[in-house]
Design a protein around this ligand. Structure first.
Ligand code: URA
Length: 236
């Protein structure tokens, strides 16, 4: 691939800007300064640097973020900061998008990608990819509430029944539950439907992928096994 095209694909701006970077001596390929605009690079295992900062060529990016509270999963946030501000410009430039949304006050596993197929595969309503949430409630959790969540509840303006599986009481005010759809405020509305209220909410798992060990606000690139794991557990 032409060097300037490779740089553009990795989020370094317009073709013109990438040409400028090359001409200005900002680019090293596998450790060697390259100023030739006609250079073609082999993408396999490609390490490069821009102004001394190291990068690995990635055809697509798959990211796990431990989302902190107070961030909206939108490029145009209304009342809080955008989660996209937790990432470098290059990732925003290459079209990073969140795989579904978490509320601004929800913490935990958020996947982000620039792979449209992966995004649509995971968010398609028919896939029913399981998502595990840890819920802290305002009121003590009763046995009846656990049973009602497992039996399923109706939600205003939504069709069908919303069931939680693998419902586990962790302590008087905390439970873990798995949901298989992803309608707006689903967990909060399900808890309200059984007569309780969510105090705080944390997503622990998507598909078979557990939240990696990350501080809030930290993120990592997922490896191919982790990308696979996130897609498992639902309908294929
Ligand atoms: N359910 C909710 O109510 N909020 C979230 O952020 C995710 C699931």
């Amino acid at each position: 691939m032409l060097l300037e095209k490779m740089l553009q694909s990795q989020g370094f701006g317009s073709r013109k800007h990438c040409q400028q970077l090359i001409k200005n001596g900002a680019i090293c390929i596998q450790g060697e300064l390259q100023t030739d605009l006609k250079l073609r690079v082999n993408l396999e295992n490609l390490h490069f640097s821009v102004f001394g900062e190291d990068y690995i060529y990635r055809e697509k990016v798959y990211i796990a973020l431990n989302k902190p509270q107070g961030f909206e999963c939108s490029h145009q946030p209304q009342h809080h900061q955008s989660v996209f501000h937790l990432f470098p410009d290059t990732l925003r430039e290459r079209g990073l998008a969140a795989v579904g949304r978490l509320d601004q006050d929800t913490t935990g596993l958020l996947l982000l990608t620039d792979d449209g197929q992966f995004l649509h595969g995971l968010t398609h309503p028919k896939r029913h990819v399981p998502k595990v949430y840890h819920v802290t409630t305002v009121d003590p959790i009763s046995e009846q509430q656990l049973i009602a969540l497992e039996k399923g509840v109706e939600l205003h303006h939504e069709k069908g029944i919303f069931v939680a599986t693998e419902v586990q009481l962790l302590n008087e005010h905390q439970l873990s539950m798995t949901i298989h759809q992803g309608v707006y405020h689903q967990v909060k509305r399900m808890l309200a439907a059984v007569g309780n209220k969510v105090e705080s909410l944390h997503r622990q798992r998507i598909g078979l992928l557990d939240l990696p060990e990350l501080e809030q606000g930290e993120w990592i690139y997922l490896d191919p096994q982790q990308v696979m794991a996130a897609q498992q557990g639902g309908n294929s």
